[in-house]
Design a protein around this ligand. Structure first.
Ligand SMILES: [Zn+2]
Length: 469
């Protein structure tokens, strides 16, 4: 490889590699890591300890001190291993923590065109479970840390990489939650970067923007139940719990929670408007203004992608009822899953839900309420750094703050008061998201550039003395 490289560099007329690809040795290492990660099954049943210990060995080979490579699993979940690696800085700034989960959701061979646990290159894409969520990001972060180590880079503050377990299972052994509880000192930081929670504005083949996730909706689940004394099905009554529940759910399906635009969402619409045209651009501009127009609100509420940013949503996700074919039902139940705008108190959401269901005979009870995690500040300095790094690869791409409608491990670090952001350059079409689905894939060139982008970002953030004040 070295001989080949030296030759190609001196050959006249040999086209220089595009500047947004990593050097060949790093490109090769990135791909090698991606293959190793994809081809180690880390679904819930298998766990992550095997992969974490293989990676630990790799870091040691690269010259990281044994005291800076820590493999840890909860004693009651030995297969849910986490790996924490530290590159020492000069102590001039608080550490920057990078988080990447090692686990993936299940994939069935028969659903896929190729084996989901074999990295398969086809038509310019790498296919495999985790190519988007999030083993390509893990590979890029591991490669970058090794590259910085090889270069002898000395950051202002430590750079920590935590490769963690059990993010997807909504876990009994979530690595970030467990490490914060039991080994906080190992991952304590002034800033968290987590590429799990990303949005890439690739629209009709054009790279327009990268989302910069500053906040997440809060997860809350309630159950609503109707009951009755029941009886024989030949003697119907109006108290039938299935009918009462159905009527209430129909009302809920028509209900819209109040408009609630956070500073992140306002900034999102302001920047998105500049990338759009016509009515959509005008509507987004209106939402970003101090007093959004009702028509603009109505139009954007009709689009799934924008509606979820504008308000809390609660929907029925499961339903059950009745006990026999020939009996009046005694019970009917539905699960209501809410995604709440950060800052809205859960008791208020419950009250709105009860009002929307509009039947005082129904009983609403709590199933699972997550802790409220605050927004991370819209840090101009971090955003600027991300934008500069991004524009060094793609000069026209802008950074747009985002509210994540789903959830990631950032919720745990935000609750602990650490500013936490989600951003990544795994460019995928907004209309063709395959994370958790079949034939998950990443473009080959997209992956190579993601490796380079991650390296430049790690270096830029690591080189700052007071990046986050
Ligand atoms: Zn993920």
């Amino acid at each position: 490889m070295a001989v080949l490289l030296a030759g190609s560099l001196t050959t006249p007329g040999f086209a220089a590699a595009p500047t947004n690809l990593p050097p060949p040795v790093d490109q090769a290492l990135g791909r090698e890591l991606l293959k190793a990660l994809i081809e180690t099954d880390t679904t819930h049943a298998k766990g992550s300890t095997g992969l974490a210990s293989a990676l630990a060995a790799r870091f040691l080979t690269e010259g990281f001190a044994p005291t800076d490579v820590t493999l840890l699993a909860p004693p009651d979940h030995p297969t849910k291993g986490n790996l924490i690696v530290r590159l020492h800085g000069r102590g001039h700034a608080k550490p920057v923590l990078y988080i990447g989960h090692l686990d993936v959701v299940t994939a069935k061979r028969e659903d896929w065109t190729s084996d989901p646990f074999v990295l398969t290159e086809k038509d310019g894409y790498f296919y495999g479970r985790g190519t988007i969520d999030m083993k390509s990001e893990d590979a890029a972060m591991i490669e970058s840390l090794i590259r910085l180590k090889r270069e002898g880079f000395s950051p202002e503050g430590d750079i920590i990489l935590a490769l963690t377990a059990d993010e997807e299972a909504e876990g009994d052994a979530n690595g970030v939650e467990w490490l914060l509880k039991t080994h906080r000192e190992l991952i304590d930081a002034g800033l968290v970067m987590n590429p799990d929670s990303f949005e890439t504005g690739l629209i009709k083949g054009q790279k327009l923007y990268l989302g910069f996730e500053t906040s997440e909706k809060v997860y809350a689940t309630w159950q609503v139940e109707a009951t009755d004394k029941g009886g024989h099905s030949s003697r119907p009554t109006p108290a039938n719990p299935i009918y009462r529940l159905s009527k209430a759910l129909a009302k809920l399906s028509d209900y819209r929670f109040p408009l609630d635009l956070t500073p992140t969402v306002k900034a999102y619409f302001e920047r998105r408007a500049k990338l759009e045209s016509g009515q959509l651009a005008a509507d987004m501009e209106s939402l970003a203004s101090p007093s959004p127009g009702p028509d603009a609100v109505a139009r954007l509420s009709d689009l799934v992608d924008t509606n979820v940013l504008m308000r809390t949503t609660c929907i029925a996700t499961q339903i059950s009822g009745g006990h026999a074919e020939s009996a009046l039902p005694q019970r009917a139940r539905a699960t209501l899953q809410c995604r709440v705008i950060p800052g809205e108190p859960l008791p208020t959401i419950r009250a709105q839900l009860v009002k929307a269901l509009d039947d005082p005979s129904l009983v609403v009870s709590e199933v699972d309420l997550s802790d409220e995690s605050p927004d991370s500040p819209l840090s101009a300095k971090v955003m600027q750094t991300v934008e500069q790094v991004t524009q060094s690869l793609w000069p026209k791409v802008v950074i747009i703050p985002t509210l994540e409608a789903g959830a990631s491990d950032n919720a745990f670090t935000r609750i602990k008061g650490i500013p936490s952001y989600g951003v990544d350059a795994a460019w995928e079409d907004l209309q063709d998201g395959r994370a958790h689905g079949r034939d998950e894939r990443i473009g080959v060139e997209v992956f190579d550039q993601q490796v380079e982008w991650t390296y430049r970002l790690m270096k830029a953030l690591g080189g700052q003395t007071k990046p986050f004040g």
